[in-house]
Design a protein around this ligand. Sequence first.
Ligand SMILES: *Cc1c(COP(=O)(O)O)cnc(C)c1O
Length: 466
Amino acid sequence: MQYVSTRGSAPALGFEDVTLAGLASDGGLYVPESWPRFSEADIRALAGLSYVETAVRVMAPYVTGSLSEDELRELCTAAYGRFSHKAVTPLVQLDHQHWLLELFHGPTLAFKDVALQLLGQLFERFLSRRDDHLTIVGATSGDTGSAAIDAVAGREKIDIFMLHPEGRVSDVQRRQMTTVRAPNVHNIAIEGSFDDAQALVKAMFNDPAFSTKFNLSAVNSINWARLMAQVVYYFYAAVRLGAPERQVAFSVPTGNFGDVFAGYVAAQMGLPVAKLMVATNVNDILHRALADGDYSQGQVVQTSTPSMDIQISSNFERLLFDAGGRGGPALAEQMKGFETSRAMRLTNAQRAGAAKLFSSARVDGDAMNMAIRWAFDGAGQVIDPHTAVGLAAARGMEVEAGVPIVTLATAHPAKFREAVERATGLRPPLPTRMGDLFAREEAYAKLPATFEAITAYVAERATPRA
Ligand SMILES: *Cc1c(COP(=O)(O)O)cnc(C)c1O
């Protein structure tokens, strides 16, 4: 399988190169040159398969030329063996129509583990083949940092430097990062905001000498391999609810548009997806874009769903590319316009392409709280605030009678227990495997938010390229 850039001028690459590159050299994102198609018989044959076997079947077409089926199976077995539920992503029923797909049984209690545990395995495999070394630098406001650290802790060919804004991530989130004691894990608390941390990371990537010397890499959701790993659970869930004979709808709590784009990919592959609901909080750029064609950046408002407090959704470019007819050069122009004016209109083709599958909703704090209570009162399920944004949107969805609606449960309620407690009066306990999180010793550096301080710290500890 070859991959092309959404901006049309970077060279096409195979899966291994795309995984290690992340972003394309023309500033675009990689997408497969065409979608592999599964027939109804192919989908029917997934019935009853384990999560790992489903993953191997769904991802095999995307890795041809880079991994054999046996290698893929080995990596998936290692990645998903670390989940605490044997079904990896189990379904839970809420009423006759609504279901939750629990994606939070990984090591750090958020759905990002599903993709990052596999990405860690892929990095290690490809780097040992090349005898190369990678330095991951990232900024996190919470979930991505802990999931990325867990995925690469102890790996020989990778160092990870994770910046978080001092005092501005929750205690659970900070401890999930700072109590991981491995020689290749470097946590840094920045004396500044999340935006300051992100600006520092960008500045390191924009310094070609520094970035080349340490082979810098990012782990944010623009990496194709992350999206690919997320396509699997759409198949896994839909097959259990009656696909290919029955259509299934999904509601997805959305920030960077990675998770819901994986649902779009599943539909392009032939999965009978009735509708994809893009559920946003009050940071609603995606809702405005899908409903009115207005993609314009506003100010980020802090909510109790911090992983969705986003005003630019990097993966949206992939949808604009594919749904808009795959015109790379035209999209490059459109995105350049957005980068200068912070606003753009979707083309008619993009809007029509998106409207075939997507609907969207903006969910405020009251509606989110009501959804938490609805799940608790009706089904005894304690859900986290991100999941509740998805469920609130799901309950307003219009689908044909008989179509099940699956809300993706993206985080464990204990990760955001203050908000859950406000809505239900219940304080969800940490799962037993996390029980000693507050007894573990923390280690992290505290640095001023300056380029000099950060680069000196990284240069002293990272492995330069041979
Ligand atoms: C990252 C995250 C999201 C948003 O997912 P995207 O792929 O960025 O749209 C939603 N909920 C939780 C808990 C997350 O960690």
